[in-house]
Design a protein around this ligand. Structure first.
Ligand SMILES: Cc1ncc(COP(=O)(O)O)c(C=O)c1O
Length: 316
C-alpha cells in the first residue's frame, strides 16, 4: 500500500520537501497523544542518535549494554566519555549516579536490541527518576516498540520528565529502511535545541508521504503484532524442546545459543549453509559470539529455521 502511493506520487521528488512536515508531525502527535511541538522528525532514528551525540559532546554518558552499537560509536565520535552498565547489573545496582558521578545521559534500548527483552516498569521508572534528579537526559530507544504485543511505550512520561527523549523508527514495522524515516518525542524545549543540529530538508518528500500513511495502517500493525507473537511462541516452544537457550524476547527477533558451545561460530556457519543468515554478536558488548540473533519471520521461514536447528541437533 505504501509502495503504490509512493509510485503514484513519484513526481513530488522534483520539489523540495516541506521542511516543517506539518501534517506528518500532526499525524505522529495524534498517534502518540502528544502535541506536534513534542515531535522532531529525522532521517531514520539513526539521525536522531547522531544529533543527540552532538548535543552531548565531550560529556560523560552511560549506556546500558549489550545494545545497539550506534550509541557507543556516535558518543565516542563526539568525544564523550562512555560508561557501560550491564542490564543484569540493574537488579543489584540502582545507585547509578553514585557509581557514575556526573553522567549527563543514559541510553536505554527498550525493547532491547539484540535480546528483544524489556525492562520492568519499576526498573525504568527508577532510572528515569534518578536521571531527572541528577539533571541527566534519559534516552529510551523504542525503535521496535511497534512489535510489542500491547504496544506499550513510555511516551506518556515526557510531560513529567523534561529530560526524557523517546526515539522511534518507522523503518522497522513499515519496512522503510532504505527510505529513512524516524522521529523523537520530547519536550518542546528539547525539540528546539536538537532541531538546530539538523540540516534543512533532512527528511525527503517520499519519506514524509510514507509517514503520513501510517495513520491508516493500524490494522496492519495489529495483525503483524499478533502474527509475530503467535509465531514467536511457537518457535520458542520448539527451541526449548530441542535444547537451545533463547532470550525472553517480546518482539520480532531473539537471541539463541546452543549451550553445548561457548562460541556459536559453527552454528552460524551451519545456518548459512542452509540459506539462513543469523546476526553474529561479536560486536555486542559481553555477547561476543556467545549468542546469535535470529528474526521471527513468516511461518514457512520459521519452519525452515526450526528444520535446520533440528538437523544441527541431530549431529551435535
Ligand atoms: C535499536 C535501534 N535503534 C535505532 C535504529 C536505527 O533505525 P533507523 O532505521 O530508523 O535509523 C536501529 C537500526 O537497526 C536499531 O536497531
Amino acid at each position: 500500500m505504501i509502495k503504490e502511493k509512493l509510485i503514484s506520487n513519484i513526481n513530488s521528488i522534483e520539489h523540495y520537501p516541506d521542511p516543517g512536515a506539518k501534517r506528518l508531525r500532526e499525524t505522529l502527535a495524534t498517534k502518540n497523544n502528544v502535541s506536534s511541538n513534542n515531535i522532531i522528525l529525522t532521517n531514520g532514528a539513526a539521525e536522531l542518535i547522531h544529533i543527540i551525540g552532538y548535543q552531548l559532546q565531550k560529556q560523560r554518558v552511560l549506556i546500558l549494554e549489550p545494545t545497539f552499537s550506534e550509541y557507543y560509536t556516535t558518543c565516542t565520535t563526539f568525544g564523550c566519555q562512555v560508561e557501560q552498565l550491564l542490564y543484569e547489573e540493574l537488579h543489584t545496582n540502582i545507585e547509578i549516579f553514585n557509581r557514575f558521578p556526573n553522567v549527563k545521559a543514559i541510553f536505554i534500548c527498550n525493547p532491547s536490541n539484540p535480546s528483544g527483552e524489556i525492562l520492568t516498569n519499576e526498573q525504568l521508572e527508577l532510572l528515569i527518576q534518578e536521571a531527572e534528579k541528577n539533571d541527566a537526559y534519559i534516552i529510551i530507544d523504542e525503535a521496535f516498540y511497534d512489535f510489542l504485543e500491547d504496544g506499550f511505550s513510555y511516551v506518556h512520561l515526557i510531560h513529567r520528565y523534561p529530560n526524557m527523549i523517546i526515539l522511534r523508527s518507522l523503518t522497522k514495522m513499515y519496512g522503510l529502511a532504505g527510505l529513512r524515516i524516524g522521529y523523537g518525542i520530547m519536550s518542546p524545549k528539547l525539540v528546539c535545541q536538537l532541531s538546530l543540529f539538523l540540516p534543512h530538508w533532512n527528511v525527503n518528500s517520499l519519506a514524509i508521504l510514507a509517514g503520513e500513511m501510517i495513520e491508516d495502517l493500524d490494522d496492519f500493525v495489529q495483525h503483524t503484532r499478533a502474527y509475530v507473537k503467535k509465531e514467536r511462541e511457537f518457535v520458542f516452544s520448539k527451541l526449548s524442546q530441542l535444547g537451545f537457550e533463547h532470550s525472553n524476547s517480546k518482539v520480532n527477533y531473539f537471541l539463541l545459543r546452543d549451550p553445548q558451545y561457548e562460541d556459536q561460530k559453527e552454528l552460524l556457519q551451519f545456518c548459512m549453509e542452509k540459506g539462513i543468515v543469523p546476526r553474529h554478536t561479536y560486536n555486542f558488548n559481553t555477547l561476543e559470539g556467545k549468542w546469535l540473533r535470529f528474526a521471527i519471520k513468516k511461518k514457512e521461514e520459521n519452519q525452515m529455521l526450526l528444520g535446520a536447528l533440528t538437523e544441527w541437533k541431530r549431529h551435535n
